[in-house]
Design a protein. Structure first.
Length: 354
């Protein structure tokens, strides 16, 4: 099994001192300057236009196939295809939220609403609010919404506070993690509707209208393209595979890496983003399947960097970290999940030995 290279410290929650910072200067500034000089922050509008067009055509082809095969159980073969295309749609919405596609805020907002609310039933406003807080404080026990206690927990501090059924979940969360990801797609739809209460009235009306339009359109598609039994099985298969794909894309990025509390605020931008993130090695297929999120370190350092430039930025970032003596975590596809599950198992360990 592939092993991680230069893995960050093994005990999450222990905050290492900043390493190798240039005297009197920022450890991030030289890297940023190099990246800008090489044009890696320049937008790739044509690349994204092709990606959006191809994804739209592929979605249209699947919808056509659903009507052509709807009377046969063979239509279920299209559910996995649709789940992958929906993940592609989510990646486009993610990139739009980071201004990777366009610097025009209205155009970026429109792309997010179309690919999130309308096509997926996932609120763009909810996602951007949560995701921006995550980027600002990755793996911060108090400030990162992605590591706050929920169905699963990622720190011993939170595990010890669990009680009742939640305590049982935490005890067994390593075994339950991937089964739970099957529900992730549906959960994100629910979170979007719940978030409407937070939004301003005008934003709430638009987001809510598009979320409802998705539900109505999705139901109409299923129940007009195929019989009721086929539709229900197709729905279940599509949603669980979509949730699994999202889980596979997002789970390896930070889980099991350094976790911080208020003490971590003394880190600079480079330390905060690099020490809490993990890259996943792979080629073009991995890049495609994970939507570029396998370059998590580069993405966190440069959130607005277009997806096709992340691979080009990686050697620069890795070399810069090596010069500073800073750990740069990178591992294989399978080993990344092994590390995530091992961390979750260790978090629940104290509850199993009581």
């Amino acid at each position: 099994m592939p092993q991680a290279t230069a893995v960050a410290p093994e005990r999450p929650g222990t905050v290492p001192a900043p390493v190798g910072r240039p005297p009197g200067g920022s450890d991030f500034a030289p890297l940023l300057r190099t990246v800008k000089e090489q044009g890696l922050l320049d937008r790739r509008t044509a690349w994204y236009a092709r990606s959006v067009a191809l994804n739209t055509l592929a979605l249209a082809a699947v919808v056509t196939g659903m009507f052509l095969l709807g009377g046969s159980w063979w239509v279920l073969l299209l559910a996995p295809v649709l789940s992958v295309l929906c993940a592609r749609t989510a990646f486009i919405g993610h990139d739009a939220g980071h201004s990777q596609i366009t610097g025009n805020r209205k155009a970026g907002r429109a792309l997010g609403l179309i690919h999130g609310n309308l096509l997926l039933g996932m609120s763009a406003s909810w996602w951007n609010d949560k995701h921006n807080r995550h980027h600002a404080n990755p793996n911060h026990l108090e400030k990162d919404p992605d590591v706050r206690p929920g169905v699963v927990v990622f720190s011993s501090r939170h595990a010890k506070a669990r009680a009742g059924f939640q305590r049982w979940l935490t005890r067994n969360q390593a075994w339950l993690f991937f089964p739970l990801t099957l529900l992730q797609g549906l959960a994100m739809k629910v979170y979007g509707f719940q978030d409407l209460r937070r939004q301003a009235p005008r934003e709430r009306a638009l987001e809510g209208l598009l979320l409802v339009a998705h539900l109505v359109g999705y139901a109409a598609l299923l129940f007009t393209a195929m019989p009721l039994g086929h539709a229900l099985v197709f729905f279940a298969l599509h949603q669980v595979l979509f949730g699994l794909h999202l889980g596979l894309a997002f789970a390896p990025n930070h889980k099991g890496m350094e976790m911080t509390d208020s003490d971590g605020e003394r880190w600079g931008h480079l330390s905060r983003q690099v020490l809490t993130s993990r890259n996943v090695r792979g080629g073009a297929v991995t890049d495609w399947f994970l939507g570029g999120l396998n370059y998590q370190i580069e993405h966190h350092l440069f959130p607005s960097m277009p997806r096709p430039h992340l691979r080009r930025a990686q050697p620069l970032v890795r070399a810069h970290c090596a010069r500073l003596g800073m750990p740069y975590a990178e591992t294989g596809f399978v080993d990344s999940y092994r590390q995530v599950l091992r961390h979750m198992y260790e978090v629940g360990e104290p509850l199993r030995v009581e």
